[in-house]
Each structure stands twice: as structure tokens, then as C-alpha cells.
Write a protein that binds this ligand. Structure first.
Ligand SMILES: *[C@@H]1O[C@H](CO)[C@@H](O)[C@H](O)[C@H]1NC(C)=O
Length: 179
């Protein structure tokens, strides 16, 4: 009897603890202070039209990074089409495009991050967002201006860089949610 009661109490406390985390409000100033580019982060989070709690901010941030992934896929398609005469660049953009579109690549990572947030698996949010960061990095590394042998060098690192900044905001949010 006591066991049943105590597990009910424990279950209730866990429920309270997790719904407390989900509704938690942390100031955008405090969140953004922990990113590499606080002013970018503030601009993004302050443009969120939805709720101010961590889950709503996380959701908004995931939506933006998904939109940016779609833009980057469009960019990559045009880069693949334009780089036909440069086999090295062409191979790189093709590989990149595959990484972005794959269920195990960028779009898959974004989907996994989204599902983890929905199900309250905040550690999972962190894990999948970290994987996303790596996937994007694989694609833009060696593409920083001045270093790249590829044409159109400014746009791909720029788009990828934006995605990384946004992903780093998701990581900070996930830390507060998992705390
Ligand atoms: C990223 O997405 C946001 C919101 O849709 C948009 O304002 C911004 O221009 C996008 N940036 C890139 C590089 O795709």
C-alpha cells in the first residue's frame, strides 16, 4: 500500500517537475548572453510571436532553422548546377546537398530535435541539435572567405553560419530545459 502511494507521489512530483521545466521562463537576455553572438540571438528571440516560455522559444527557433535549411538546400541545388565545370566543387556541393536532405542528415536532425522537444526529452534536444551543428559544419568547413577554392564562396558559409548560430541558441535553451 505504502509502495503504491509513494510511487504515486513520486510520479506526481516528476510530473510537476517536468511541467515546471516546460513552462519555465528565462529572460532572453540571460539566454543570449551565453551564445557567441548575443545581438543576433536577441534579434531572433525577440521576433518570436509566440509564448515566452522555454518550450515556445525552442519551438520557434527550430522553425527558423528549418526554414534556413530549406533556403540552404535551394542554394546548394543552384551551386551544384553552376559548378559543373569544376569537378571538385561540384562533388562537394553534391555531397553537401545529400547531407542536408537526408533523414540521417540535417533535415533528419531538425526533425529529431523537434520530436524530442515535443515529447519533453530535453537531453535528446541537446543531442540532436549537437548532431545538427556537426552536419552543418561538415558542409561549410574549408569554406570560410579567402580560404575556399569554390565559387560563390560567400553564400554557403553565410547560410551555414546563420544555421549554426541558431542551433547554438537551441543548445542553450535545451540546457535550461534539462536542468
Ligand atoms: C533564415 O530564416 C529567417 C526566418 O525565415 C529569415 O528571415 C532569414 O533571412 C533566413 N536566413 C537565411 C540565410 O536563410
Amino acid at each position: 500500500m505504502f509502495k503504491v502511494f509513494s510511487s504515486l507521489v513520486l510520479g506526481f512530483l516528476l510530473f510537476v517537475a517536468s511541467s515546471h521545466a516546460a513552462n519555465k521562463v528565462v529572460g532572453v537576455g540571460e539566454l543570449c548572453k551565453q551564445t557567441k553572438n548575443p545581438s543576433f540571438c536577441l534579434g531572433l528571440l525577440n521576433s518570436n510571436p509566440g509564448g515566452k516560455d522555454l518550450v515556445s522559444l525552442g519551438q520557434y527557433t527550430i522553425d527558423v532553422v528549418r526554414a534556413n535549411a530549406t533556403n540552404t538546400i535551394t542554394l546548394l541545388k543552384s551551386l551544384v548546377a553552376k559548378s559543373g565545370r569544376d569537378p571538385k566543387a561540384n562533388a562537394h556541393y553534391k555531397k553537401c546537398l545529400e547531407h542536408f536532405e537526408s533523414d540521417e542528415g540535417v533535415l533528419g536532425d531538425i526533425q529529431d530535435t523537434q520530436e524530442a522537444l515535443k515529447s519533453g526529452d530535453y537531453l535528446g534536444v541537446n543531442v540532436h541539435a549537437s548532431a545538427l551543428l556537426d552536419e552543418v559544419d561538415d558542409c561549410i568547413s574549408g569554406e570560410s572567405p579567402g580560404e575556399s577554392p569554390f565559387p560563390d564562396r560567400s553564400l554557403l558559409p553565410k547560410y551555414g553560419g546563420v544555421m549554426q548560430q541558431i542551433t547554438s541558441i537551441i543548445l542553450v535553451i535545451s540546457k535550461y530545459l534539462a536542468a
